[in-house]
Design a protein around this ligand. Sequence first.
Ligand code: HEM
Length: 346
Amino acid sequence: MSSLILKLREIINNPHQLDSTKEWIPLGDEDSPFILVYGKALCFSIIKSTEVAPSNLLSYWKTITKAPVNSFPAMEAYFKLTPFSLHGQEHFVSRRALGPCYKRIEKELPNWISEFSENFFRAYKNNETISTSSLVVDYINQFNREILAHELSIDSNDLPAMPGEMAHMITTYKLVEAYDQRLQILVNFIEKTLNNIGLDMSEAWSLVSITVMGTEGLAGALLYGLANKPNKTDIWQAEDLVNLSYPVTLLAREPLCDLNINGLSLKKGQRLYVSPALASMLTNVNADETPDIPFGMGVHICPGKRISLTVINAFFNAWSHAEALHPRISKVKFSRDFILRAKDIT
Ligand code: HEM
């Protein structure tokens, strides 16, 4: 497993070695190897197919961290409820449960996000060298706390720690376990607070999903925008930034039965890594009319899309006022795993 993952990581970080006249590549030489799909048409067909379901990424993390049985109970509970890994009717039910909470946040967000973002940058001292990656982690952490505080009518300082980042392709048991513990503490706190104010406790997992799902893709986009200048406008426009940065690199999928899609024969359960991000990078933009799909498409399309676009625009508007005061932000080096990541170069 780990050599396949290393190979996958190597390819997605050097996508120009891929043959752009083909649409997929096997990652091993066994009968039903893992497959990386990077052709646009094939990506679209697989994502749209009702016979292909999302893989359970929690099982992936359990395997690569060699976790004992019953590890990561909070994530186990979360993955049973979040639409991310569900299919069919279960997915539909979970998505419907998430809807009202996300809609409420989308509606409220424009009322406070601009001021929040301006205040965020104001709190940074002028002339200090700023770590770009810490700036983004800090912003998203405070933003997640603010959303939860609004929803729960409490002060953001009263919240426990946010779970932080988790979706790394290569990680350790200790890191995932610590994440799981923070997730459990957070959900317990939210359930208790909802109960105290007489609200429906079942919303706790929808609220938690903001801090789980929203964190890493958003971070990738903000980091890319800080490290690069927009080419069409003075200030980054969220849609341009997300179309260019494609923060989510891979979607993991598995056929529910043996099937043939666009001439590619697949076995039930065979692991597919589908990458509209690579497809976009390898496509000649002038010759291609297919839309970009950085937020996915079909039934799993990102429900946080509108929230993300609002936040990204507010972040870069506020940054355009603060940038001149903070000329020394660190350079970063990008790499990809499931998500676009960046590290400061020291
Ligand atoms: C720039 C930021 C973001 C990008 C590029 C992004 C991208 C994506 C993509 C590509 C998917 C589809 C996954 C699949 O088909 O398997 C997805 C799913 C999802 N995203 Fe986002 N996302 C972002 C931010 C957010 C935020 C801020 C939230 C929450 C507020 C969020 C919540 C979710 C959820 C719950 C799903 C699962 C949906 C389902 O399976 O039905 N995302 N996202």
